[in-house]
Write a protein of this length. Structure first.
Length: 169
């Protein structure tokens, strides 16, 4: 008799453990939320810092803006920007030193609704060897921000040193 009771008990545990969690939920149809804004990240190596920046950028992307800048590439003082916008905008690109203390130069251009790329000439005396790029979209009429600022650390010394490493490093 004990073996039957134990077998029945184990069978019930197995069945309930296989049920999806929402089957056991209450009837109020409210999805469960886990929300935690109490975290901090710190990278101690160049890879750790890069990953930390990537995660922080992903968290910042939940801002509610409908337009965005998704990539920047620079050749000399000419920037090619990939973007997404649903209205007429002005694209602004700025160059900062690696410390990000003050803007060294900038450029802007008009962007039409639906454009996916734009070219911007950056007005700067001399492009530094290493720098940080920032770009964002503004409403063409009101100059209100339409996107979060996109920051590219691709041209920093730390990132370029990382790209220069190989598998033996």
């Amino acid at each position: 008799m004990k073996k039957r009771a134990l077998s029945l008990f184990l069978a019930l545990v197995l069945v309930f453990s296989l049920l999806p969690v929402n089957v056991l939920a209450t009837e109020d149809d409210q999805p469960a939320e886990i929300k935690s804004d109490d975290y901090s990240m710190e990278g101690t190596t160049s890879l750790g810092k890069l990953m930390t920046h990537t995660i922080e950028s992903a968290d910042a992307s939940e801002s509610g803006f409908t337009s965005s800048v998704t990539d920047i590439a620079v050749t000399g003082t000419h920037a090619t920007v990939e973007l997404s916008t649903d209205r007429a905008s002005e694209l602004v690109v700025a160059v900062y030193p690696e410390e990000g203390t003050q803007m060294l130069g900038s450029g802007h251009t008009a962007v039409a609704a639906g454009d996916e790329a734009a070219e911007v000439n950056i007005e700067i005396d001399q492009m530094p060897e290493y720098f940080v790029l920032g770009a964002y979209l503004l409403d063409a009429e009101t100059r209100e921000p339409l996107s979060e600022q996109y920051i590219s650390r691709y041209y920093t010394q730390e990132f370029q040193d990382f790209l220069a490493t190989d598998t033996s490093d």
